[in-house]
Design a binder for this molecule. Structure first.
Ligand SMILES: Nc1ncnc2c1ncn2[C@@H]1O[C@H](COP(=O)(O)OP(=O)(O)OP(=O)(O)O)[C@@H](O)[C@H]1O
Ligand SMILES: [Mg+2]
Length: 331
């Protein structure tokens, strides 16, 4: 049962603020909705919520805060419709009553309600930084996307975010195993300079602990296989900077990541950020590139592997109509 939610739950994170996590998640949500998936977009930036502004909503009627503080009992009642068909929005909360750091029981209640939502895909737009709540949402989601820009600071933060999440995953997995914890903290928790053989050494040391621990550790790495998206790409060279994070993660964390695609920088979007719906309706976001379709297609395939033929047909049709729209614009 838990796997059903995890499969349809995608978290979009990345250490740095302002790299376009919310913009990308909104674009992805509208593309997925356009492909026929019932999508719920959740502003999980608890304490810094602003996703509703991208949708032109100044004062949301309900927010996640109403659910967390039990003003509203059913999560379904907090969802707001958007002008985009198949796409509903769960607005975030301001940091009142400590909502930015919900208690464990509150998080469990939220996940329980997310599971029951009538949606094919649930996208979590996470806040910047590496708060425990942000990392826990990221770790819980079956699909994990890290958004970065070609800037050096963003590249560093993306790697730092991935490393912190992996570390938290391992620490939580072995919370009641002092021998394992000691090894983990020795390898990743210290201030030592990073060495290529860190994770290799850790894995070797775990083999000494026993096959069960070794398998659990391997599971942590398996679950951290995130995908990278590069946003605000301005030229061809910048399309590939995700490879840097991919390479460094492989080298220092023994972790394989996927480069999922890129999104072009679009000055028009920058200008119409107070209402992305209008932007999407007017230009369809075409200037941002076809890649968002490929990314949406990957998300759809992984979330609903039960009927791949239907999805492929829907994706092919949507792609064709977009290509026609492109051709029309060029004429
Ligand atoms: N592809 C793009 N083209 C042009 N401008 C963009 C693009 N993506 C994002 N922006 C600009 O960057 C700004 C920040 O984007 P966004 O709010 O999505 O970042 P964020 O990572 O969610 O930030 P935070 O961590 O504060 O939540 C937007 O307001 C927009 O002006
Ligand atoms: Mg944001």
């Amino acid at each position: 049962m838990q796997d059903v939610l995890r499969r349809k739950l995608w978290a979009v994170g990345g250490g740095k603020g302002g790299v376009g996590k919310s913009v990308f998640t909104s674009l992805l949500a509208s593309r997925l909705a356009g492909l026929g998936a019932r999508v719920v977009l959740v502003d999980a930036d608890l304490g810094g919520a602003n996703l509703h502004i991208l949708f032109g909503i100044r004062y949301p009627l309900y927010t996640l805060g109403d659910f967390i503080t039990r003003q509203v009992e059913n999560l379904e009642d907090v969802l707001l419709p958007t002008p985009i068909e198949n796409l509903r929005l769960l607005c975030g909360a301001d940091d009142i009553l400590g909502i930015a750091n919900p208690k464990f029981a509150q998080k469990i209640r939220l996940l329980g309600h997310l599971r029951r939502l009538s949606a094919d895909i649930i996208l979590l737009d996470l806040g910047a930084g590496t708060s425990y709540t942000t990392m826990d949402f990221f770790l819980y989601a079956g699909g994990k996307i890290v958004v970065m820009t070609p800037q050096v600071t963003s590249i560093q933060n993306a790697y730092g975010f991935i490393k912190s999440c992996l570390q938290r995953k391992m620490v939580r997995t072995f919370a009641t195993d002092p021998d394992a914890l000691e090894l983990i903290n020795g390898a990743v928790g210290s201030q030592k300079n990073e060495k290529t053989e860190f994770m290799g050494e850790l894995k070797k040391a775990f083999r000494q602990l026993g096959p069960e621990q070794s398998a659990k550790l391997a599971g942590c790495f398996e679950e951290m296989k995130a995908s990278i998206v590069v946003n605000m790409v301005r030229d061809k060279k910048e399309q590939d900077v995700g490879r840097i994070v991919q390479e460094v993660s492989r080298k220092y964390l023994d972790l394989s990541l996927e480069c999922m695609g890129f999104i072009n920088y679009d000055p028009q979007l920058d200008r119409s950020i107070n209402n992305m719906v209008e932007f999407l309706k007017k230009s369809g976001g075409q200037s941002m590139g076809m890649e968002i379709y490929d990314i949406a297609a990957k998300v759809l395939r992984r979330s609903r592997p039960d009927n791949p033929a239907d999805q492929d047909a829907a994706i092919a049709t949507a792609r064709k109509s977009l290509q026609q729209a492109y051709a029309a614009v060029r004429i």
